[in-house]
Design a protein around this ligand. Sequence first.
Ligand SMILES: *[C@@H]1O[C@H](CO)[C@@H](O)[C@H](O)[C@H]1NC(C)=O
Ligand SMILES: *[C@@H]1O[C@H](CO)[C@@H](O)[C@H](O)[C@H]1NC(C)=O
Ligand SMILES: *[C@@H]1O[C@H](CO)[C@@H](O)[C@H](O)[C@H]1NC(C)=O
Length: 215
Amino acid sequence: MFIHSQYIMHLPFVFFLPLITLCHSPHVVASSPSSPRVLTQGSSLLVEKKHHLISPNRLFTAGFHEIGQNAYCFAIWFSQPMLNGNHTLVWMANRNEPVNGKRSRISLSKRGNLILRDVGQRIWATNTRSNSPLQLQLLDSGNLVLTEFENKSYLWQSFSFPTHTILPNQPFTKDTVLISPRSSTNLSSGFYKLYFDNDNVISLLYSSNEVTSVY
Ligand SMILES: *[C@@H]1O[C@H](CO)[C@@H](O)[C@H](O)[C@H]1NC(C)=O
Ligand SMILES: *[C@@H]1O[C@H](CO)[C@@H](O)[C@H](O)[C@H]1NC(C)=O
Ligand SMILES: *[C@@H]1O[C@H](CO)[C@@H](O)[C@H](O)[C@H]1NC(C)=O
């Protein structure tokens, strides 16, 4: 975090208050009763409660987003809506397998696995595991991370698994594939893929059941 020293001198409370809050409530760090600031081990975000994680700069929000009638994705979006009132989603955990608007939840297990469930059925998971304390938090960059307290390293991060969007400072690597949405109103996986091919040439592929072509 880059904060000009002048600001630190002028705004000591803004900067230190969150740290003080953290010390007093190690288990539930809530900015408001319905929206925790981070997700701790053994806790969940519930679809009905509209639980969200918000980045400290408030630019990004993570939570359940409605993408169709009674169809929700666990997603990250720009907090500020577009002019038409819809949000721009930048990442989705379950773009092709939306969950119900009731009794769906995402939970951080005591063992460090982040699991998305639809009425008890497991839909998606990070398949991570850790014996040391960690938490899920949304960074100012829009990166959703499972952070291990001890060394502040990321056990998992959404930046490593992009869906259809790359944000500023998000690496696009040889293992990254971007898949376009179906349409402007249907965000499930569409027909265009952007990736590095075997010769490390960045390629745009159109692939449907009938046709495959590289641009
Ligand atoms: C807003 O999103 C909803 C649900 O995804 C969609 O049905 C609607 O067409 C969108 N509105 C506009 C103006 O794009
Ligand atoms: C989006 O498109 C997929 C593939 O055609 C379809 O299965 C799904 O029902 C659509 N989702 C919505 C919300 O319309
Ligand atoms: C951070 O700590 C965890 C748990 O002690 C360990 O598994 C992991 O390898 C460490 N990561 C780094 C980058 O040191």
